[in-house]
Design a protein around this ligand. Sequence first.
Ligand code: GRF
Length: 221
Amino acid sequence: MSSSPSDRLRIAVFASGGGSNFGAIAKASIAGQLHADIVVCLTHRRDAGVLTRAHDLGIPTVVIRPQDFGGEPEYVERLLAELDAYDVRMIALAGYLKKIPSEVVARFRHRIINIHPALLPAFGGKGMYGRHVHEAVIKYGARWTGVTIHLVDEEYDTGPIVLQEPVPVQAEDTAETLATRVLEVEHRLYPEALQLFATGRVSVSGRIVSFEPQLSRNPTK
Ligand code: GRF
C-alpha cells in the first residue's frame, strides 16, 4: 500500500477542559512530528475551552452530553456513530472527565489512550484529576511525580502503561507550579506516544506494552 496522507492515523481527541494537550497534539501533527491527524474533537461541555482551540484550527467538534439521552444505550450508540462517521481509528483522552462506556472500550480495545498527571498506579483513580492530583502528591510528601500515558480499560487509570516520565517535586511547589512543570512534559510526551501508534510500533500482551523496534532513548533523560 502507498503511504498517502489518507493512511495517517485518524485520531479523535476527547477533552473536557482547556485542551492544552489537544493543542500540543495538533501542533505536532501540523509540524509533521506526528504522522496522524486529529479528525474530530469530542467533548461533553458546551463551554469547554478546547472547542475554541479546535475551531481556530478548523478541526471538527462534537458535543455529546450523556444527560441529553434517554439512557446509556442511546448515548453509547451516538458516541459510536460519531466515531464511525469520522472513521476514527484511535482515541486520545486529554483531560476528559467522563468514563468511557465499556462498549466503546471494547470496540477500540488497545486503541484508546489517556494521559494522567502523576506516576500511576500512585495518585490515580476516580476523583483524581486536575489539581486534585497535584494537591495529593504535595500533601503526601512525594519526592517525584510525573506523567503516565496508558491504555484505557473499563476502570479509572488502570490500563497498561505506554510511557511514563518522572518530574521532581520541589519543596516550594504549589499545585499550580507543579501542574505547570508536569504539563510541559505532557505536551512533549503525548505526541511521542501517539507517534508510536501512528507508526504501528506498539504491541500489547496482558499488561505489557512493547515497541518494535525498542525505544532507543532513555525515557528519563
Ligand atoms: C492534564 O493534566 C491531563 O494530564 C489530565 O487533565 C489535564 C488536561 O489539561 N488528564 P488540558 O485540558 O490538556 O490543558
